[in-house]
Write a protein that binds this ligand. Sequence first.
Ligand SMILES: NC(=O)c1ccc[n+]([C@@H]2O[C@H](COP(=O)([O-])OP(=O)(O)OC[C@H]3O[C@@H](n4cnc5c(N)ncnc54)[C@H](OP(=O)(O)O)[C@@H]3O)[C@@H](O)[C@H]2O)c1
Length: 262
Amino acid sequence: MLKRDWSQCKALVTGASSGIGEAICKQLAERGATVLATARREERLRALSEQDGLPGRIHYIAGDITSPEHRATLAAWIEREWGALDILINNAGSGAIGRFDEASSDRLRKIMEVDFFASVELTRTCLPLMRAGVHPTILNIGSVLSHVAVPLKSEYCAAKFALRGWAESIRTELASQGIHVLMLSPSTTKSEFFNSLIDTSPDAESKSFGAMSPEDVARAAIRSLERRRRDAILSLGGKALVWCGRLVPGILDRVLRKSATK
Ligand SMILES: NC(=O)c1ccc[n+]([C@@H]2O[C@H](COP(=O)([O-])OP(=O)(O)OC[C@H]3O[C@@H](n4cnc5c(N)ncnc54)[C@H](OP(=O)(O)O)[C@@H]3O)[C@@H](O)[C@H]2O)c1
């Protein structure tokens, strides 16, 4: 268990305007941390930064995380204001539902840009700041679908698998520099995620059993930071799906095949 002095902790959280990112910002500030929140919807970020009664502070800079200029602006602000970064939370993400053979290549590119390249390149930009941080940690928000692929979400599964592969590789590379890398893999979460799916028919439905609240996911994220976990798969259903994929992949394929038919 890592004893972090939250009141001295400086964290950058992407995708902070709703859902899991917003809940993580609030819970970090409740512990006294100072947070830089980012996402595109500025009015949401302003409201988050103006919350009363939090021991910590939430600053914000609005922008598109897929833009290299925006990522550079975040790093420049952190260097000027804090001089170092302790926690980077790569949370911004978007998804889509629909068959691969009916989708444009644009859908895959858009999802890879937000869910994979933006996290990877923001990390690259922030690494010099993290080397100067205290217990520096990169927390990547993956998904159960970083571990097991399901039909009708090929672009999202590809992006989240890629994120996990990259995170596992840099975990061992960065260990000698004292930078910890962890992956949190939530299952379905009640957020605005399914309201902003990319190039998805309005009647497309995501099939899942039960859903966690963003607050529960945020609590698990902070617990994982404190315990220096490597990889945390959330929810019993999520764990069961991942283990089925590992132990009985043929049976799981047969079950999933049924949900792929229109
Ligand atoms: N909801 C689920 O069922 C679920 C399950 C497993 C994993 N996850 C993962 O959890 C993470 C958070 O999702 P959520 O459920 O909290 O959904 P959400 O409420 O839709 O939050 C997504 C966040 O990402 C931001 N974002 C999206 N595109 C962006 C862009 N181009 N530039 C900057 N910010 C961008 C959104 O802000 P703006 O629109 O204001 O830019 C928003 O703050 C994602 O990585 C998602 O893949 C979600």
